[in-house]
Write a protein that binds this ligand. Sequence first.
Ligand code: ZN
Length: 384
Amino acid sequence: MKFSDVIGQKEVKEKLLLTVKEGRVAHTQLFLGKEGSGALPLVLAFAQYVNCENKTENDSCGTCPSCRKFEKFAHPDLHFVFPSNKPEGFKEEPSSNTFAGKWIEYLRKVNAYALQNEWYDFLNIGKKQGNIYARDANNLIKALNFKSYEAKYKIAVIWMAEKMDSSPANKLLKTLEEPPENTLIFLVSERYELLLPTVRSRAQLVKVPGLKPGDIADGLKKHVFVNPDIDNERLNYIINNAGGSWNKALKLVTEYDDGEENYKEFREWLLLCYKLDYKNIFDFVKEISTKGREKQKRFLNYGLDVVSNSLKINAGQKGLITGGVSEKEFLVKFAPFINEKNRYEFYTALNEAIYHIERNVHPGILFGDLSFTLMELLYKGRKK
Ligand SMILES: [Zn+2]
């Protein structure tokens, strides 16, 4: 990956680039950063940069033969050590070499924003913890002692270095102290206090701070939100709760989208329409009109789910619906109101509303009209 693919971390990037410019790249470095700060992506961007055949002052080219391999995290001179364990039913001894292909697949999936537990799930090791084994150290030493295939620098990345106990660590001490020629070793760790002092003392420390809210916001706008005008309410919620972690921010995006909020609001709205409670409908319309378009669309999309779930329940397929306990209870109660007399119109009304929101129709008018439509349809649905 290029430095520009790493979220935020401007200062760390600048420091790393300066070491290249001044020809003082330390051969063994320890990137220390909390989960989600991007320590591993920084390491991989740096490894790609030092080997790029066409680098600029600030970034690798991304397209030279070396970069193309680093972009895929699969370069013959890029060696990984990471914690592993035996997946269910696996007979061989686990090691980084055994799971190298799986590891690269995972890195591509998460764009190098790797999380320990997520990796263990991906590896399917159940409740077991991963370890870095003595054989991992032996394999790495062997690999680094070969001449490099094509790269300027052979690169070793030891991810979650705190997972090394004294046995692999002792084997590596000499290599960390004095790597073979043209070799760079990058240790990545989340927990400094768990690293063996003998390992710590042999590496130059690179501190990777948590991400700034502004950097997370920029990252989300660049990589996640399809619609360029993101509603600020959603964005603020995410950056204020992400705690400097890119992974947490991504998780919050999903949570926010799928949260219970839509369910509660939609249930309330239907109830008001059913009771013809004009005063509170008016308040509801006013409230939802202040929210961003993305939020309004998610809300209406949730409404479409309610319609399709109701139809499933009516068809005796209750087992197919998803959601929490109270949400399911609500759906079961509501389902009889959606039937052959109104189901098509329900779908059409909600779909058209989404269409109009995308085209900037005034939300107050739209949700007001839609409320009247729903009143009518609910009335239609319960008529004998
Ligand atoms: Zn390049």
